[in-house]
Design a protein around this ligand. Structure first.
Ligand code: SF4
Ligand code: SF4
Length: 295
């Protein structure tokens, strides 16, 4: 019996000691500058450690919880899930950026000398949905996150330079991928990953659309339609299929915008054949995670 107690104590001490490096790392975490053009990743080291190893498993769990209809039949269950999701999103959250904003963001990040790496989308890994037809490597990690992901996933992530990053985001836009910049605890300028999301794969996007849980905020702009210039959905209709948020609908034969559903991603602008759609900046709308990196 005594031996059993001693073994139990030894295991407890060993487990406690194994967390020491993490705690020390958290205590020593560098706080980066807050001046214009600098990123502000004051994220506990433990969170980066956890996310860089197990992000796809967290995504898998979120997907499991969000896509089980039976879990939402009872009001109490729904409220519990809503509460948990809001708690989670109060830590990790994102915002939608347009392609122009992404270009400016990359300019600031590379000018600041931060590491940028690209790797396989964690949602694709979580769902085992690797594609032969469209890009799988769409997860663009930044700064401390990039360094950590490069260390843990040398086969999945690789470092990129500015030219490659720009080329990639242009191609993601052509594929209709939504640019979302994620940060931590609503800290201004805490950009840690630029996700380029396929609407049929992205777990946060699908969860937000299907369950209404906030995973990311709307961007600063709103799509506006010039009805005169619209070619009509019979002849064109590109905006209807292009919008990842179902914000384009048919009204009077034209591709109208449902303003309350528009996230301001700008994807419907670049493919509008009649050049009838433009983006307009919403009054007072601000970016949080891209603050000081995008004007
Ligand atoms: S309407 Fe256009 S800008 Fe708005 S969410 Fe849809 S694609 Fe994006
Ligand atoms: S893509 Fe442009 S031209 Fe085509 S239906 Fe939509 S608004 Fe009209």
């Amino acid at each position: 019996m005594k031996r059993l107690v001693r073994s139990y104590r030894a295991i407890r001490v060993a487990v406690s000691l194994s967390f020491l490096p993490l705690l020390m790392r958290e205590a020593l975490l560098l706080h980066m500058g807050h001046e214009k053009g600098s990123i502000h990743q004051d994220v506990p080291g433990f969170i980066i450690w956890l996310m860089s190893r197990y992000e796809h498993l967290m995504m898998r769990t979120l997907n499991y919880l969000a896509m089980r209809d039976w879990m939402y039949r009872r009001d109490l269950n729904r409220r519990i899930m809503d509460f948990l999701s809001r708690r989670m999103m109060s830590f990790v959250n994102g915002e939608v950026l347009t392609l122009d904003e992404v270009r400016e963001l990359l300019g600031s990040i590379f000018e600041g000398g931060y590491t940028v790496a690209i790797g396989t989308c964690p949602c694709r890994r979580a769902l085992n949905m690797l594609s032969d037809d469209v890009p799988n490597n769409t997860d663009m990690v930044i700064g401390l996150w990039a360094e950590e992901y490069l260390r843990h996933y040398p086969g999945l992530y690789h470092r990129i330079d500015k030219a490659e990053a720009e080329e990639l985001v242009e191609s993601f836009d052509r594929y209709g991928y939504v640019h979302q910049l994620y940060g931590f605890r609503s800290q201004e300028g805490s950009a840690y990953v630029l996700c380029n999301c396929n609407k049929d794969v992205c777990i946060p996007l699908r969860t937000q659309k299907e369950r209404g849980y906030q995973s990311f905020r709307k961007g600063r702009s709103l799509a506006m339609l010039d009805e005169e210039a619209c070619l009509g959905v019979e002849e064109c209709g590109a905006c209807l299929t292009r919008c990842p948020f179902d914000a384009r609908v048919v009204e009077g034969g034209k591709g109208a915008v449902k303003e309350d559903m528009c996230f301001g991603c700008g994807l419907c602008v670049t493919t509008c054949k009649g050049k009838a759609t433009t983006l307009e900046r919403k009054k007072g709308a601000k970016l949080i995670y891209a603050r000081r990196l995008v004007s």
